[in-house]
Design a protein around this ligand. Structure first.
Ligand SMILES: CC(C)(COP(=O)(O)OP(=O)(O)OC[C@H]1O[C@@H](n2cnc3c(N)ncnc32)[C@H](O)[C@@H]1OP(=O)(O)O)[C@@H](O)C(=O)NCCC(=O)NCCS
Length: 405
């Protein structure tokens, strides 16, 4: 029997578990001021803790939101926003016990999927999470003017921190292009993940809003990092973009034009862009823009495979029968017949076998079936079956989340 218990935390344990999380990620203990900013968001609901003699030794936290799936529908999602085990308790099964409890809790709460951002890629596959969106890191070297034919008639204005905190939440809600992988940002997300950064580092983040013919339709959050030195006093700074969201191609081009026009900047760096960001195509000289990284973004866990598969749209192709294996949530095990008109459980022979983490990789359209088969994640499929899977699951735009939690 283990010498710790795993259970939902109480409100009285909120600050201790938040501190545990911050310390496990090697941050300083949160000051009273920082705690005051996050306390409202760090409620006990949805947070699983591990305790030894009443003391917190592990935390697996989540909040409820919605995920946009191919076709533009949404599913109920648990966003796992903080996982940590105290350093003197690691590798003794604490995370495994918390994940097990958390997944069953998600079933009870009716979440169709769960998702997280992983600090390391080795941790979450064993719990059924697969990489369902990927993100590009882009670097644009100045000068990088836009081509004359780019249509971007809108205007950009800078907001004060207070204006940004008051207006960006509703603007984000309005900017919804239906791209798979987007998540809704609930009220409790903003103080921890947005307002906090605007106040951090002496408040050097700037917020730019784009307005088109129908009003505000995009925003960017960025800050500038000096690169000059004693020996290189004239060197231009780096402009680092934290967020970039736009409702239309014109708004996106307008925001790129603004970010690339700020004076005294040598390079614009952006982490976490969709892999189909068109910035290189907007430029007179496309070689000014480089993709310098391609990383996993959202790790997705299908909690209710049937409901998740039924919620998304499919391309047109002959149906395919998937045999899904799920080690931790056995109700998901079985065969699913996926066709352009929907999904049903079936006893028919399977066209292929895959684990639930691999199904999550296909689910939003980030991966093609071929590489998944080549890497042994999909088994038993002919080349013709793989082509059918792609025709059914492929999406017109690359999935992307663009929200860190
Ligand atoms: C990552 C972390 C949560 C793992 O917790 P833990 O209680 O040590 O995990 P468990 O003991 O349940 O390990 C389960 C399995 O995952 C493996 N594992 C756990 N963390 C791992 C890591 N960082 N790298 C590789 N494997 C890891 C274990 O070896 C074990 O494998 P096994 O079942 O084959 O023996 C913990 O080390 C931690 O808090 N790290 C610092 C904070 C952090 O990275 N949090 C994650 C943020 S997304």
């Amino acid at each position: 029997m283990s010498d710790y218990v795993v259970r939902q935390i109480t409100d009285a344990e909120s600050r201790a578990t938040f501190e545990l999380l911050v310390r496990s990620l090697h941050g300083n203990p949160p000051s009273d001021e920082r705690w005051a900013r996050v306390a409202e968001s760090w409620t006990a609901d949805g947070r699983t803790g591990a305790f030894h003699d009443g003391e917190a030794i592990g935390i697996a936290s989540s909040f409820a939101t919605k995920l946009t799936v191919p076709g533009g529908g949404t599913v109920a999602m648990a966003a796992v926003d903080g996982v940590g085990v105290r350093a003197d308790w690691t590798r003794r099964g604490v995370l495994t016990a918390m994940m097990d409890r958390q997944l069953h809790d998600f079933v009870q709460r009716g979440h169709v999927v769960a998702a997280l951002h992983a600090s390391e890629a080795l941790i979450y596959g064993r719990f059924g999470y697969g990489v369902a969106t990927r993100m590009a890191t882009l670097q644009v070297r100045q000068p990088a003017p836009l081509r004359e034919t780019v249509v971007a008639p809108g205007r950009v204005r800078l907001l004060s921190t207070d204006e940004a905190i008051a207006t960006i939440p509703s603007l984000y809600q309005r900017i919804d292009t239906g791209r798979p992988g987007r998540i809704a940002r609930p009220e409790l997300w903003w103080p921890i993940a947005f307002n906090w950064h605007l106040h951090a580092d002496g408040g050097n983040h700037r917020v730019a809003v784009h307005s088109g013919p129908d009003g505000d339709d995009g925003f960017a959050v960025f800050h500038v990092v000096p690169q000059n030195s004693y020996l290189d006093p004239e060197r231009g700074a780096a402009l680092e973009v934290r967020e970039l969201h736009a409702a239309s191609p014109e708004a996106l081009a307008g925001l790129w034009r603004f970010l690339l026009s700020v004076d005294l900047i040598e390079v614009v760096n952006v982490r976490g862009r969709p892999v189909d960001d068109p910035v290189g195509l907007l430029l007179v000289d496309p070689r000014r823009a480089h993709t310098v990284g391609l990383d996993d973004e959202l790790w997705l866990r299908l909690i209710d495979v049937q409901a998740a598969l039924a919620a998304r749209a499919y391309g047109s192709a002959e149906p395919v029968v998937l045999e899904v294996n799920d080690r931790m949530l056995p109700d998901n095990r079985g065969r699913y017949r996926v066709s352009s008109s929907g999904v049903e459980r079936t006893e028919a022979d399977a066209d292929l076998q895959l684990d639930v983490d691999t199904l999550a990789m296909l689910y939003l359209g980030a991966w093609e079936a071929g590489p998944l088969a080549l890497s042994g994640r999909i088994t038993g499929a002919s080349a013709e079956t793989l082509a059918r899977v792609d025709a059914l699951f492929r999406t017109a735009t690359q999935p992307w989340t663009g929200t860190h939690f």
